[in-house]
Every structure is written in structure tokens, then in C-alpha cells.
Design a binder for this molecule. Sequence first.
Ligand code: CP
Length: 312
Amino acid sequence: MLSSKDLLGLKDISKEEIELILSTAEAMKEILFRDIKKVPTLRGKSMVCLFYEPSTRTRTSFELAGKYMSADTVNISTSTSSVVKGETLRDTGRTIEAMGIDLVVIRHSCSGAPHMLAEEISASVINAGDGMHEHPTQALLDMFTIKEKKGRIEGLEVAIIGDILHSRVARSNIWGLKKMGANIRVCGPMPLIPPNISDLGVRVCSSVEEAVEGADVINVLRIQRERQDKGFFPSLREYAKIYGIDREKLKGAKEDVLVIHPGPVNRGVEITSEVIESSCAAIEEQVTNGVAVRMALLYLLLQGGAKGEGAN
Ligand code: CP
């Protein structure tokens, strides 16, 4: 059982809860490979995806996860909703709750928005990315992929490379991976490394070569192009040269290194097409695993049973 009605971040959940989510996702993944991807587990439950920011992977995989488990799913695109008329998040949340929904998946540009919504409504809330704060379901699917490929998380050397400062993916990965016993190094342009990041128990590397040396896993972050004008790094070309992951830079990593990326990818900037298409990368598998992890979360929050129960 999860201890809360919501999943708002990985900072405040236990190692045991992460293990429960990952083991439940293992049972859910099998459903994705059936001819008929439909189980009655969440029949009669309803969920809303409320996204104030663009998304392809997270929103679609939550919607599919709900549909595969027979929940009624609705997407609200804020650009065509009453949000454009000035409705507050609180009022939007209470309005959709008045329609009888059981769960809201929210992405918002403001850090803390899902927490505020979770206090306002009695339905479950899942954080699908809030500002620069957390993106817990991305980190869970990253950990699921790492465990699937490496057989464990504990003791692995994980390098996270890119814009650590603005990355909610990095923050959730750090919280989650540390709880699961991984060792983490981070690297990126100095203005994109938070000054107190080592307080989280990670090692800051001054070069990609140092970060990659002996790594079991490299998590390459998307470079957020909108930051380029703000002086965090000189140009995309220079970023690609110094920090972009290519075959040459991978030479220092373990021979069986796993390369992951949350997507969407800037090909040729933070990672080359050659690495994306190589056998060491698992970017498409991450997307598949994202559906399984989100099915597990919907199940655990809406049914609250033991792992795999009801998944027939
Ligand atoms: N990784 C991720 O959150 O992708 P989307 O923005 O497409 O959801």
C-alpha cells in the first residue's frame, strides 16, 4: 500500500514504496504485450489529465494506462478550457472533482501546484511534472528501466548529465536513485549546476569525461533550448561539443553502459543519433516502461491492493 492518496514526488516516499511501485509495474508490463490490452481492474474509476504545459509521453501514457485498465479517462487541454477565462487551479480542481472523478494527473509550470491541488480535493493527485521541482513518474520509469536492464539499482554508478539546475527529472532521479542505493555523479555547464547540489549526496564532476568514467548508467538530460538566450551556455554547437554524449565520450564508461534520456531528444545536441540508435540506449523502452509504471500507480492509488492483484 502507498502511504498517501497522492504521488507528488520521490523526496517524501519510502524505499519500500518505490519497490512496491516497481514490482507492480513488472506485473503490469505483461499486459502491454497481450493481443488485447484491456483488463477490468479500474472499471468504474475515472481520471482526468490536466496539463498546463505541453507533453507527448507523459500525457499519452497516462491516458493509455487508464484505458488499458478500463478507467474512464478525460484530457483537459488548458488552452481550450476555462483556464483561458481566468479560472484558478483551485476552482478547476474543485469543478472537475464535482463531476465525480477519482484521480487527477497534473503538469504545471509552477513548482508546488500539484501539492496545492492535492490539499484542495479529495481525489488522488499525481504530479506529472511541476516547474523545476519534481517529475516523479519519469524517475520511476527510469529506475524501472535501469533495474530491468541491470538487474539491480543498488551500488550502480549513475551519471546525470546536462541542465541539472532547471531539471525536475534530475531532482526526482536523485531522490529516487539515492533511496535505492545508487551512487550519483552530475555534470553540466557550471551555471546549470545548483551550488548546493552536493548536499543531496551527489558528486559534482568538472568534465563529462570524469562523469562518464566507470559509469553503469548515463542519464542524458534534454537541453532546454529556451535557456540558451539566458547565458547559461554559449551556443548549442559548443554545448554539443563539450557535453553532448557521443561514441567517443562513452569509451570511458563501463563496457555495458546503459544510456537513457527522458525525451524529447535534441538529436545532435545533448546526444548523437548514433548513440540513440545504438544497443546501449534504451530510450524507446523507457517509453514502453512509462506506460507500465503509470498503470502500476493508477492501480495502487485507485485500488490500493497488493502487487499485481486484479491485473488479470
Ligand atoms: N519526458 C517527458 O516528460 O516527456 P513529455 O514532455 O513528452 O511528457
